[in-house]
Write a protein that binds this ligand. Structure first.
Ligand code: HEC
Ligand code: HEC
Length: 361
């Protein structure tokens, strides 16, 4: 992308000129004045999201969304009453997980970190390894699997239990006439709610729509690094900040997370478990970077505690291993460039929160 390189050179050289001018003019004892930052040409910022695909057999209705919202927050869905979907996707943690690795119902230790679920409906493959092909399948997976601990074979029974709660019985009959409470109707309602979790009004989005004043100069410099020298946009493509969104089957890369400090047979092989391809060994889905500043710890195993450390790791070439993607390289960023990248990430903070609904008795 030659235009990015050009604008980056303009950015770098104009900053250098500004610094040189500033240091010439100031007397040695005086504090250097703020370098006059010229208007620099930055890469264009795309704003328009692709159209959200709604499955033909699960149209959105306000009643269904309201029902799914309640179910998402209801711990009675879990085997032991200790977990709702929300338990591992909370506002306080950027709607990702709190602990490095999630802990499911019955205190079951799981093997991966809970991802941020904003804009998740734009994915066409779910989980870090993309093993679920729809939100509906994912919801049943989480509900029947270790997250909620019910067991796939017990979902019918659990659904019937939920259907005995009067408030749910009424809503389910209204939203799914003649079907009532089944694993499918419950998963459909939850998915309809998840399709409303769209984060598209961040500082970045307002900047992309032409409000130049919403980003600080440091954030703008960070945007330049993100698109240019840092080469982050290759995989974290704006405006969704994940190239894996809107792509049938998703996109997976090995950046080395979880491949070090353990024998090879203990490495989480990620996408390879789904595809069977050697080339997918320890490859994981490209996560979106929206809400990233609020969703520590980072990566599929939650192994990196801070955003600074995560950005540094990604921009210095990830972790070497036998299958690392050639697209992750050491970009030799300066401390200043790293700081600007981190500052830019905060421009992706989502302003909304999941509302806690009233649950039926
Ligand atoms: C115990 C914690 C926990 C609970 C409870 C939980 N999740 Fe998750 N969620 C996770 C983890 C961990 C992953 C990633 C697992 C993986 O990739 O193997 C995940 C992944 C997801 C994803 C995929 C996001 C993506 O980027 O692909 C969605 C959507 C999601 N959960 C929704 C739900 C729903 C709906 C429920 C309730 C039915 C739920 N979660 C319950 C921990 C949890
Ligand atoms: C080759 C594609 C690729 C490139 C280039 C890339 N990333 Fe990533 N990024 C990924 C993948 C894949 C993951 C998830 C890896 C994992 O968890 O195993 C990830 C994870 C992250 C995370 C953690 C996200 C989370 O939810 O935990 C951050 C932060 C991040 N990248 C920032 C960057 C920055 C900044 C750059 C540019 C310097 C960059 N990435 C370049 C593919 C890429």
């Amino acid at each position: 992308m030659p235009s990015h390189h050009r604008s980056l050179r303009i950015l770098v050289s104009s900053l250098a000129v500004a610094f040189a001018l500033a240091s010439c003019k100031s007397k040695p004892t005086e504090e250097a004045p703020e370098p006059a930052v010229e208007k620099v040409e930055l890469p264009p910022a795309p704003a328009k999201f692709p159209k959200l695909k709604i499955p033909a057999d699960n149209p959105q209705t306000p009643e269904k969304i309201a029902l799914g919202h309640q179910l998402f927050f209801d711990k009675r869905l879990s085997v032991d009453g200790t977990r709702s979907c929300y338990s591992c996707h909370q506002n306080e943690h950027g709607n990702g997980g709190e602990t490095s690795l999630a802990v499911g119902a019955l205190e079951k230790q799981l093997t991966r970190h809970s991802p941020v679920i904003w804009n998740t409906a734009h994915f066409e493959a779910f989980y870090w390894d993309g093993r679920a092909g729809s939100l509906e399948a994912q919801a049943k997976g989480a509900w029947g699997g270790g997250n909620m601990g019910v067991g796939a074979e017990n979902l019918d029974k659990k659904a019937a239990e939920i259907g005995k709660i009067q408030g749910y019985a009424e809503q389910l009959e209204k939203v799914f006439p003649g079907q009532g409470a089944t694993p499918n109707t419950i998963a459909k309602a939850i998915s309809a709610y998840e399709r409303t979790l769209i984060c598209n009004d961040t500082a970045y989005d307002r900047y992309a729509k032409g409000d130049d004043a919403v980003l600080t100069d440091q954030q703008k410099a960070g945007w330049g690094v993100f698109m240019g020298k840092g080469q982050c946009a290759v995989c974290h493509t704006p405006p969704l900040f994940s190239s894996a969104m809107s792509v049938p089957g998703g996109l997976y890369y090995n950046v080395g997370i979880g491949t070090d400090n353990r024998p090879e047979q203990q490495v989480d092989i990620g996408r390879m478990k789904v595809s069977g391809q050697e080339s997918d060994w320890a490859a994981f889905k490209v996560p979106s970077l929206r809400n990233i500043s609020k969703s520590a710890p980072y990566f599929h195993d939650g192994s990196v505690p801070t955003l600074e450390a995560a950005v540094k790791l990604m921009s210095s070439g990830g972790i070497d291993n036998k299958n690392k993607s050639a697209l992750v390289q050491n970009r030799n960023l300066t401390e200043e460039e790293l700081a600007s990248l981190v500052a830019f990430m905060t421009a992706l903070d989502c302003n909304q929160k999941l509302e806690v609904p009233q649950l039926p008795e």
